[in-house]
Design a binder for this molecule. Structure first.
Ligand SMILES: C[S@@+](CC[C@H](N)C(=O)[O-])C[C@H]1O[C@@H](n2cnc3c(N)ncnc32)[C@H](O)[C@@H]1O
Length: 408
C-alpha cells in the first residue's frame, strides 16, 4: 500500500516488471482547460491542469505512461484507460499500438444521467473506459446481472436448441415436454455501465474535480483482480481507486503529481467511504411515485412530470410571462382548498406566474371561487370528472368503477 507524490513518468520506471495485476488510469483527458472545484463546505478549492502544447505532445506523454504500464503488468494483468470524447479516438489507436489490437477486450461505456446542456447538440452523458489485457491469458471474473423485466420465465428456465432452419427454439424431449436448462445465474455484465455520477451530497464526495465514484472502480477491480492482487493508479487524484481497492481487500499503489491529491487520498484511506446508490440498488423506477392516472392527466396537457415534490406534480412545457407554470393534481383524500394551499406553498420558491390545480373529485364543501381569488391558481377539472358531472346532470347512471388508481 503505497502513495507516491510526483510525476508518474518518474515513478513508473521504478516499479518492478510484471508486479501489478491491474492498472487503472484516469489521466487528464486533453480537455485543454484547468479543472477546478470547491469543497461542499467551501473551505477548499482543488484543481489540476489539462492544457497541452499540442495533441502530439499529449499523446507522446500517454504513450510513455502506457508503455511503462505494460512492462509492470503481470501476464494475466489488464489495463483500464478512462477517457472522454476529447481524445478517446486517438487513445484507442495508441492502446492498439502499445498493447496490440488482439488484446483489446472492451470499450466500456460509463453512462450517467445529466440534466442540462449549455451547448447546441446532444447532451453528453457518458465516458469511455478502454479495457486491454496484457496477453490472451488474462484474469477475468464474470459478474452476473439481473434479467431485464421483459425476459419471460421460459427464457430463463427452459433449454433452447436450434431447429432444422437454424432458428433458436425451446427444446422438447421425446414426449414433447419442455426441457429445463442448466442453473442460470443471470445475464453476464455488459459493456454499458449505468452508474450514477456522484451527487453533490454524496458522502464519499471530497470536492476533487472529476472525482469518480467508488462503485465504478469497485466494478473494474472486481472483474479483473482477486483478493491480495495489486492495483496501480498512476493518476490517483483523490484516491478513488485506492479506496475501492482497500474496501475489496486488494493491495494498491497510487501516484499523483499534486500534493493536495496525495493528502486527500491519504485521508480517504484512513476512513474509506462508499456511497450506496439508491438508483442502482432499487432501480430508477423507485423515484417514480406518480400513479398511472396522474401521469395520464399530465400527458393530456403536455406537462413534464415532477417526482419527489410534496406540492407540485408537474410543470407546463412553456413558461408564462417568462416564468414556470406549476401543476398539482388533487389527491384522493384532499379537499380542494388544501390542495391549493400545498400548490401555492411549493410554487413560491419556483417563481411561478400561474399555477394549475386539476380537480379530480367532487366534495361537499364549496369550491373556492376562482374569480374572487388573486392567487393565480387556475382550477380545471379532470376529464373523467367532467364526464361524471355531465352524466349526472342529465340523470344518467354510471356503474361504480374502482378509483384505486387515483392515488394520493
Ligand atoms: C482526472 S484526475 C484523477 C481523478 C481521480 N480518478 C479521482 O477519482 O479523484 C487526473 C489526475 O492526474 C494528475 N496528474 C496530472 N499529470 C500527472 C502526472 N504527470 N503524473 C501524475 N499525476 C498527474 C492530476 O493531478 C489529477 O489529480
Amino acid at each position: 500500500m503505497t502513495i507516491l507524490r510526483g510525476d508518474c513518468l518518474v515513478h513508473l520506471p521504478q516499479l518492478g516488471d510484471a508486479s501489478i495485476q491491474l492498472v487503472y488510469l484516469d489521466p487528464p483527458f486533453f480537455t485543454q482547460k484547468e479543472h477546478t472545484l470547491r469543497t461542499r463546505d467551501n473551505s477548499n478549492e482543488y484543481s489540476f491542469g489539462d492544457r497541452w502544447a499540442s495533441l502530439d505532445d499529449y499523446l507522446a506523454f500517454m504513450r510513455e505512461a502506457l508503455t511503462h504500464c505494460k512492462r509492470i503488468l503481470k501476464s494475466s494483468g489488464s489495463v483500464f484507460l478512462h477517457c472522454d470524447k476529447s481524445a478517446s479516438h486517438h487513445l484507442r489507436v495508441l492502446l492498439d499500438e502499445v498493447f496490440g489490437s488482439e488484446n483489446f477486450q472492451s470499450d466500456i461505456i460509463w453512462a450517467y444521467k445529466r440534466w442540462s446542456n449549455s451547448k447546441k447538440g446532444l447532451l453528453n452523458a457518458h465516458q469511455t473506459i478502454y479495457f486491454y489485457s496484457k496477453t490472451a491469458d488474462f484474469k477475468f471474473n464474470t459478474i452476473f446481472t439481473d434479467y431485464s423485466p421483459t425476459t419471460n420465465i421460459d427464457q430463463i428456465l427452459q433449454s433452447r436448441a436450434r431447429n432444422e432452419f437454424g432458428k433458436a427454439v425451446y427444446q422438447r424431449d421425446e414426449n414433447g415436454d419442455t426441457v429445463m436448462g442448466p442453473e442460470k445465474r443471470g445475464v453476464p455484465l455488459s459493456d454499458v455501465w449505468n452508474i450514477p455520477f456522484l451527487n453533490p451530497k454524496a458522502k464519499e464526495r471530497v470536492g476533487y474535480p472529476t472525482q469518480k465514484p467508488v462503485l465504478l472502480l469497485e466494478r473494474i477491480i472486481a472483474i479483473s483482480t482477486d483478493k491480495g492482487d495489486c492495483v496501480l493508479d498512476p493518476f490517483c487524484g483523490s484516491g478513488t481507486t485506492l479506496v475501492a481497492a482497500k474496501l475489496l481487500g486488494r493491495d494498491y499503489i497510487g501516484i499523483d503529481i499534486s500534493t493536495d491529491a496525495i493528502r486527500l487520498s491519504e485521508s480517504r484511506l484512513f476512513e474509506p467511504i462508499r456511497t450506496e446508490s439508491d438508483v442502482l440498488a432499487l432501480g430508477e423506477d423507485r423515484y417514480l411515485e406518480k400513479s398511472e392516472y396522474e401521469r395520464s392527466i399530465l400527458k393530456a396537457i403536455s406537462a413534464v412530470p415532477v417526482e419527489r415534490n410534496n406540492g407540485i406534480d408537474g410543470f407546463l412545457k412553456f413558461h408564462v410571462n417568462g416564468r414556470p407554470v406549476s401543476i398539482r393534481i388533487q389527491k384522493r383524500d384532499e379537499d380542494i382548498e388544501s390542495a391549493k394551499q400545498r400548490l401555492i406553498q411549493a410554487s413560491r420558491s419556483k417563481n411561478c406566474s400561474v399555477m394549475i390545480l386539476v380537480r379530480t373529485h367532487r366534495q361537499s364543501e364549496r369550491l373556492f371561487a376562482p374569480e374572487a381569488d388573486d392567487s393565480n391558481v387556475v382550477v380545471v377539472d379532470a376529464y373523467d370528472l367532467m364526464i361524471d358531472e355531465w352524466l349526472e346532470n342529465r340523470g344518467y347512471s354510471k356503474p361504480q368503477l374502482s378509483t384505486a388508481s387515483h392515488t394520493g
